[in-house]
Design a protein around this ligand. Structure first.
Ligand code: 5AD
Ligand code: SF4
Length: 479
């Protein structure tokens, strides 16, 4: 059996792409290996959002130079966003690479690997750039790749990502995504529902719907236009699916129908990732985010009011072009008042090809970016800790996902082990359990908490001489 090694960096969209590429190669007889040295085919599924992610891939490629010299039969491929962005530059920087395949061309990977091995000629398959043709032609050149699911590659057998959109049309000035993932295109509801049905049939309990701006989902089918709220309502009907999440939300598209769906549908996770990016109107304008801080505050107030117990998370970019101490202070103020469940904080990384790189100087010194990053992180951690402490003594419902990181490290082999899972509002909970409880919804009482984890104990019932965990068939609307 030929062996495949795949390394994935980046977002959940990339994790899903890798799952589907692996599924298509398994169909060709490949088996996965954890070692690049043993592999016949080595693939990197790449990210371009920040320079750091690209550097990681180029150094991983550098380490393969000798391996390819020793075994010219090895096929080395670079897939995903960096492949689309750098194209032929990858062959220049690493001439032993065989394949460069953009995210809109992944359906071609099995044939390209076969041809690369037979012909030993480098091949590149990428989609059209955003100004390389008509909208229609560009859309067609970015194909959504969702035909196969591979249960073994999913995050856990009980959880799956489901793509509902590709691309992005928002063109935030710092962001490379609209160039590399192409125009915003929503998938037909029928295809999404069929995929979710298939996943439910395979025992999947939780699905996470994916889109760069997932709540901008719109699909016209005859007279009817489907919005995300309509889609979630239809997915809610599928037996077996017990929890529905969706990422990432665009603040301007957080409409009341969607908030009502999240509130009223018990399978819907009370968790929303709605990145604000900055608390300064001057910076938001330069980022071309399309809303003001006041708009965001209004949206957040509406969200907290409509959905009791909802957890909201955000992304921030610190040190964007021209960001002053005052701008940053406004971000700090917004963070303090917003009580995000968590925030992902990034230092601005200039991306060639974006409007930001063209129009504005990357003028905030690295040291200042680092300081702002650390101070915002410290504040957010303080908030996380305070909010998590409010859970002490409360009972939450947790989908047990698998062994905790600590249990994995200790390589615990017995049936009793430390498990990890998430509440309905996406809080991580660690507790002692039994291996057979993985994949069940369990009632857990929280006895300790830090910024990012709740520690709990299972609520048990005495049934005769043995003590059983109480497994619930459905996610309940508590958090
Ligand atoms: N530099 C730093 N962070 C970025 N992000 C997107 N582009 C950049 C960039 N050029 C961040 C945003 C986005 C998250 C996925 O990555 O916060 O929400
Ligand atoms: Fe990038 Fe903005 Fe689109 Fe998000 S909405 S993917 S940040 S361009």
């Amino acid at each position: 059996m030929p062996k495949l090694y795949i390394e994935t960096v980046g977002c959940q969209m990339n994790m899903l792409d890798s799952e589907l590429v692996v599924a298509s190669l398994r169909k060709e007889g490949y088996e996965l290996t954890a070692s690049a040295a043993d592999a016949d085919t080595i693939l990197f599924n790449t990210c371009s959002v920040r320079q750091h992610a690209e550097d990681k891939i180029y150094s991983a490629l550098g380490r393969l130079k000798n391996a390819k010299r020793e075994n010219p039969n090895k096929v080395i491929g670079v897939l995903g966003c960096m492949a689309q962005k750098d194209q032929g530059l990858i062959f220049k920087r690493a001439p032993y690479v065989d394949l460069v395949v953009g995210p809109g061309q992944l359906h071609q990977v099995p044939a390209l690997v076969r041809e690369a091995r037979a012909e030993r000629k480098p091949r590149m398959e990428v989609s059209l750039g955003r100004t390389d043709g008509s909208r229609d032609a560009i859309e067609r050149s970015h194909e959504s790749f969702d035909p196969l699911r591979d249960p073994a590659m999913r995050p856990t057998p009980y959880q799956a990502f489901v793509r509902i959109m590709i691309g992005c049309d928002k063109f935030c000035t710092y962001c490379i995504v609209p160039s590399v993932r192409g125009p915003e295109q929503s998938r037909p509801p029928a295809a999404i529902l069929a995929e979710a049905q298939q996943l439910a049939g395979e025992g999947c309990l939780e699905i996470t719907l994916l889109g760069q701006t997932v709540n901008s989902y719109r699909y016209r089918a005859g007279e009817r236009t489907w919005r995300l709220s309509d889609l979630i309502e239809a997915l809610h009907e599928i037996d077996g699916i017990a929890r529905i999440k969706f990422v990432t939300n665009y603040p301007k598209d957080m409409t009341d129908d969607l908030l009502a769906a999240v509130r009223d549908l018990p399978k819907c996770s009370k968790y929303l990732h709605v990145p604000v990016q900055s608390g300064s109107n001057t910076v938001l304008k330069r980022m071309k985010r399309g809303y003001t801080v006041e708009d965001y505050r209004e949206m957040l107030a509406r969200t907290y009011e409509s959905i009791p117990g909802v957890a909201v998370t955000s992304d921030f970019i610190v040190g964007f072009c021209g960001e002053t101490d005052e701008d940053f202070q406004q971000t700090v103020d917004l963070t303090r008042e917003s009580r995000f469940k968590n925030s992902f904080i990034f230092k601005y990384s200039e991306r060639p090809g974006t409007k930001g790189a063209e129009l504005y100087a990357d003028d905030v010194p690295e040291e200042v970016k680092r300081r702002r990053n650390n101070s915002l992180l410290a504040l957010q951690n303080q908030i996380c800790e305070q909010d998590n402490e409010a859970f002490l003594g409360r009972e939450v419902t947790v989908l047990a996902e698998g062994p905790s990181k600590a249990a994995e490290k200790r390589d615990e082999l017995g049936d009793r082990l430390q498990l990890t899972g998430r509440t309905n509002c996406d809080r991580i909970v660690v507790f002692e359990g039994n291996r057979r409880q993985i994949g069940q919804f369990l009632p857990i009482v929280v006895y300790d908490a830090n910024a990012h984890t709740l520690f709990g104990e299972m609520v048990t019932q005495h049934v005769g001489p043995e003590v059983f965990g109480l497994a619930l068939p459905l996610a309940t609307p508590d958090c």
